[in-house]
Design a protein around this ligand. Sequence first.
Ligand code: 6PG
Length: 250
Amino acid sequence: MVREFANIQLASSAAVKHIVDLAVSAVRDRGFCSIVLAGGSTPRHTYELLSADANAERMPWQQSHFFWGDERWLAANHPDNNFCMADKALLSRVSIPAYNIHRITTGHKNPETGAALYEKHLRDFFHLMGRAEMKSDVEDKTIPSFDLVLLGMGTDGHTASLFPGSSLLEEKKKWVAAVPQGAGSPPVARITLTLPLLNRAENVVFLISGSRKRAILDTILTRPQEAEKVYPAARIKPVGNLVWLAAAEG
Ligand code: 6PG
């Protein structure tokens, strides 16, 4: 489903409603919710809005667990670190337990170590929360389903840190992987969730803005097979719901 908005403010308000509604229903049904945050700059306004009074009061912060779809190999206090942006825009402004914030840690001896540590953290978390046993139609029955995955998209069609032409697009086993420096902006090494994990999501919401990204979305919608060869975002086909929130500008 695609929902179009005149500007990023309106799209961000819609994103906040998705987040709150899904969190409330997940907590009601399962006692907790698992939300993957997007990086980059587009979601900043959404995070700021989510921390605002009316929305913040509806969010079940004590039962909400936040994860990241990818992270730049930078210190947690670096302005280009995705956790840093979300912490400033949202997490530092609401009363959420520190142990509900599951950031991708950096600063290890290399990104591969960081990726392996995050995957272990995810496995331990979902095993502890009892969502390790998955539906029988998947090869790896331990793959968990995040309640909500928020994603952005670059003007090259990348999403998370899955870039065009990357061998990670064919990854079938790992849930989390290291990305060598060079791709993306900033061109630093990264850690990213992979398609097997992202596509197990109950809900995926893309938030994009501008005509260049909208043109990529149009290709994804109208020529999906062609798009899958070029744009990693076209490979996001979750078992659950997929919603695109597209702002014309801003
Ligand atoms: C990252 C993001 C990335 C982002 C897109 C769009 O770490 O770079 O996770 O996937 O969503 O690059 O970024 P903007 O929202 O800044 O255009």
